[in-house]
Design a protein around this ligand. Sequence first.
Ligand SMILES: C[S@@+](CC[C@H](N)C(=O)[O-])C[C@H]1O[C@@H](n2cnc3c(N)ncnc32)[C@H](O)[C@@H]1O
Length: 317
Amino acid sequence: MAGAGGTKGVTSLGALRTLGDWIRWTAARLDEAGVCCGHGMADTLDEAAYLVLHALGLPPEVPPPVYDTTLTAAEEAAVQTLVRRRVEERRPAAYLTQEAWFCGLRFYVDERVLVPRSPIAELIEENFAPWLGEEREVRRILDLGTGSGCIAIACAYAFPDAVVDAVDISTDALAVARHNIRRHRLMERVFPVHSDLFAALKGRRYDLIVSNPPYVSEAEMETLPREYGHEPAQGLVAAHDGLEFALRILEGAPAHLRQDGILVVEVGAGRAPLERRLPTLPFVWLEFRRGGEGVFLLTAEDLAAHRQAILEACRGI
Ligand SMILES: C[S@@+](CC[C@H](N)C(=O)[O-])C[C@H]1O[C@@H](n2cnc3c(N)ncnc32)[C@H](O)[C@@H]1O
């Protein structure tokens, strides 16, 4: 069998013996091909370890002695097939393995949903402290643009007394979310809702509205690596400098937040254009230990106090 990504590396294949050798070889092939690791993987070594372990039917973390074990011929072939697909098709690893990890939880994913990777995971793991602390009762949560359901489901684990509405406009995405809700046995607490943002939620109010909406501008979309072309465009692209959904959420949130509720929205590179449009809004830009940026938090009080500015910024959206 030829080495993945071309002829380079073929001569050395016979020298590869251990799991560690194969991870090193895979990382080199990924580097050589210039793949993009922007889908939840730290770098090519991280992704190589994930791919090789998956090809062998092992979990993403194994005790160190396992790295010294040798592969069978069938295992070597399985690794090479997976690596070749990753390199040639430029499909994100998660679509090849049909799984992704978020907040330490496993999710089914396919091309109907974005690969989970939002830094919002860190906020969920910390129960949105200090804004939603232990003192604070959290009963109702809304995840706008739920995709695979990863944020909604992780929130349900973090707040065991809460019910979560998981909204998406895509029926394809909702089918995946529903599958994950069932897998996590959360059918009694996480509810998929087919809606254009708040449209189907009349009269419902929440302690927390959280959203990772589409926010890639049309211009930026043209520049993204091939891997992003496998994700649903409806999950990525937003008009008006990437701000369409963020602005619509700012406009609609006050009618759906409880008096002491909070709104958390990821806008990525949309931070600068958003601040330019709404210079007086007291956005709290959250910081992340594991990296990531462009996530703001506002309280219901902030939104009420700046209602006029928001309505003006949303004119024509
Ligand atoms: C960036 S993805 C986020 C998916 C998931 N929350 C995550 O973090 O991996 C955005 C999601 O918003 C959905 N979406 C796009 N427009 C929408 C709209 N008008 N109303 C509700 N959801 C929408 C897309 O279908 C997509 O699933």
